[in-house]
Design a protein around this ligand. Structure first.
Ligand SMILES: [Mn+2]
Length: 364
């Protein structure tokens, strides 16, 4: 069941269905999407700490590894990576009462963990909850809060924990969980500068600092953690960026050879995308990465009111207005050819629409 979106901070009563699930459960498992990010990981860790201090048994199982710059989360809470035929983990899922997905709103986002969750649910007692802020949620959970107004799932989980504190009369936000939530919000707001960074988000961040969050530590771990290999890849990538259509589009293709030559990993590409919007004329940025398995990972970014999630949707992807992506089941060479015209047409149409007198007319 998806709770209809409120479009604003939820009250204690509005969080109640999620709180009920949490309080009724004894054994809880948390998970987030594949290729986890600061938001998903920070939310898992903060929720795990809070639920543990309420006496619950809580494990975190993720479908893919924790990127190097988020390893510090593991010093706060054990994050386990689900491996195929991981009997211990599978058994734990079968014995659990509640499975909570954060920062993802479709069942397939948790990858190879999902079949085991589904099996456990069919067996009987496993319930599923989901808290997320992406668009177009799929109704796969027993209770789901998906609010796309929110800057981050971290914003929602902060509110949830505040509600849970008043519901239980227990203090649930420690310096560690405050740092985890701060990291979640910081990363998903692009360090407090993306459009959904409302005055409330700044106040929330300040409140988390009051609760003991350490912004300096969080920032240093997340943004100053390039491996020498990633630094080499960044250098190579910067010289490969192409500007198209008079600088409206920036385009970067990272081939498997580039990854191999520099010895870098897929998640080393995350840092690169921010450079694609660093030229002021660029409205749409495209990063294509050739993956090990031959598929192409495409990330889109945009400036202003250009909904690149619509572009991603054409290829069964999704995301937010200014940040979206998709996976193409084809070689990267082919993927480049396939999306090239679409991206140029989309950008042209969007820019024309934004510049049209109709769009800009004053509303009296
Ligand atoms: Mn997020």
């Amino acid at each position: 069941m998806i709770i209809p979106a409120h479009g604003r901070t939820l009250t204690l009563q509005e969080w109640q269905p999620v709180i009920d699930e949490m309080l009724q459960a004894n054994q809880i498992i948390l998970s987030t999407h594949e290729n986890s990010d600061g938001d998903g990981l920070g939310c898992e860790v903060a929720l795990a700490l809070a639920l543990r201090s309420l006496g619950k048994e809580v494990s975190i199982f993720n479908p893919t590894d924790v990127p190097a710059n988020y390893q510090f989360f593991r010093d706060i809470y054990d994050i386990r990576i689900f491996r195929d035929r991981d009997e211990e983990a599978i058994q734990e899922i079968c014995l659990a009462d509640l499975f909570i997905v954060v920062d993802a709103n479709r069942h397939d986002r948790i990858g190879k963990i999902w079949p085991h969750v589904e099996f456990a649910r069919e067996l009987g007692k496993l319930r599923i909850a989901c808290v997320d802020h992406h668009l177009e949620p799929e109704d796969f959970a027993d209770v789901m809060v998906c609010e796309s107004y929110a800057s981050s799932t971290g914003e929602l989980v902060s509110d949830l924990l505040i509600a849970l504190e008043s519901a239980t009369g227990t203090e649930l936000i420690s310096p560690d969980s405050a740092s985890a939530l701060y990291a979640a919000i910081m990363t998903d707001t692009g360090s407090f500068r993306f459009p959904k960074t409302t005055p409330y988000v700044y106040r929330l961040a300040g409140w988390l600092v009051e609760k003991g969050a350490n912004p300096e530590m969080v920032y240093d771990h997340i943004y100053n953690s390039l491996s020498p290999e990633a630094l080499k890849l960044l250098g190579l990538a910067l010289t490969s960026i192409k500007l198209l259509d008079g600088g409206l589009i920036s385009w970067l293709f990272i081939s498997r050879e580039m990854l191999e030559e520099t010895g870098s990993k897929l998640f080393d590409t995350d840092i690169i995308i921010r450079y694609l919007l660093s030229v002021p004329t660029v409205k749409v940025a495209v990063l294509l990465v050739e993956m090990q398995d031959g598929r192409a990972k495409v990330s889109f970014r945009s400036r202003g009111r250009i909904p690149v999630n619509e572009l991603a949707k054409q290829y069964d992807g999704g995301g937010h207005m200014n940040a979206a992506g998709c996976l193409l089941q084809m070689s990267a060479e082919k993927a480049q050819r396939v999306i090239y015209d679409d991206v140029r047409r989309f950008t042209r149409d969007q820019v024309d629409a934004l510049e049209s007198p109709l769009f800009n007319r004053k509303v009296n």
